[in-house]
Design a protein around this ligand. Structure first.
Ligand code: NAP
Length: 278
């Protein structure tokens, strides 16, 4: 049985070349795409993610504007910062790094981002539009996964898809995107009983739980498509036990090099599209 590696790194690299040339076209027309990044607090992992996003902007010739706010920032202060960026004609996309400190109403902050600049796909309105099949920027990790599935021509019609995790930025939009492509979708979460039984009948599994190797290899159905959105640097693994997966799955995303590169690539692609829409 052959097993396909869904190579997110390769696709992201290929797409970066495309983005780079499109950015040059925009610059020649007097528009330099610019992503504003907002980092609240001093969480080192969040700082690293923001840095990676800024570095990717630089690689493709885009600008980025870094805004760093102290960990004591209030919801009101954050809303005022976002409001200024919404009104700034030189900013095409806004990224608010998740998570924000607990005193901040993160949903209110996300929802205050202008829909035309919601390149990270985090607003409730964007989620609603996407769910209805209307064009909107997708939440970057699930949309990156959909782009990867499309690149490898994985047909989802009628397939039993299981999304494990129901977070607003990952599990929930993932389930809607799969549904829009005619999969039959089940969403599992921390209260789900008999998770293994659900996994055993799934043709496509998305692990999005944040628990290292929670999903075991021997639960996975022969020929299933396996997507691991988790990444745990300390354990060097994702949410799915991938040792020996090539003997079970028809296709899988490696960790690292699968879902991760597609997330940032989708953010940058959507920033380009936001600048093109002006
Ligand atoms: P999250 O907000 O913590 O959500 C985790 C979800 O998993 C929740 O819905 C939770 O259920 C569910 N869950 C937790 N333990 C479970 C269990 N034992 N059985 C079944 N479901 C369980 O996490 P997230 O932001 O969605 O991220 C999930 C994973 O994706 C993490 O590993 C994260 O690092 C990774 N991630 C990767 C990228 C990337 O670019 N590659 C981007 C974002 C996230 P309840 O709702 O019931 O609590």
């Amino acid at each position: 049985m052959s097993c396909t590696i869904l190579d997110g790194k390769k696709l992201a690299t290929k797409c970066e070349d495309f983005i780079k040339s499109e950015v040059q076209v925009l610059i020649s027309q007097g528009v330099t795409p610019c992503l504003a990044t907002i980092l609240v607090g001093d969480d080192p992992a969040s700082a690293t993610y923001v840095k990676m996003k800024q570095n990717t902007c630089a690689r493709v010739g885009m600008q980025s504007k870094a805004i760093t706010l102290p960990s004591t920032t209030t919801t009101q202060e954050l809303l005022e910062t976002i409001d200024k960026l919404n009104k700034d004609k030189n900013i095409h996309g806004i990224l608010l790094q998740h998570p924000v400190p607990s005193q901040i109403d993160e949903r209110a902050a996300f929802d205050s981002i202008d829909i035309s600049k919601d390149v990270d796909g985090v607003t409730s309105r964007g989620f609603g539009l996407m769910s209805m099949g209307v064009n909107a920027f997708g939440s970057c990790t699930p949309f990156g996964i959909m782009r990867l599935l499309e690149e490898y021509k994985i047909d989802l019609t009628g397939k039993n898809a299981l999304v494990i995790g129901r977070s607003p930025i990952l599990g929930k939009p993932m389930a809607q995107m799969l549904l829009n492509k005619n999969a039959t979708v089940t969403i599992a979460h921390s209260k789900t009983e008999e998770l293994a039984r659900h996994v055993k009948t799934a043709d496509l599994i998305v692990g999005a739980v944040g628990v290292p190797k929670l999903i075991k290899l021997d639960w996975i159905k022969q020929n299933a498509v396996v997507i691991d959105a988790g990444y745990h640097p300390a354990e060097k693994c994702g949410d799915i036990e991938l040792e020996g997966i090539e003997n079970v799955a028809s296709a899988f995303t490696p960790v690292p090099g699968g879902v991760g590169p597609m997330t940032i690539n989708t953010l940058i692609l959507q920033t380009l599209q936001a600048a093109q829409q002006l």
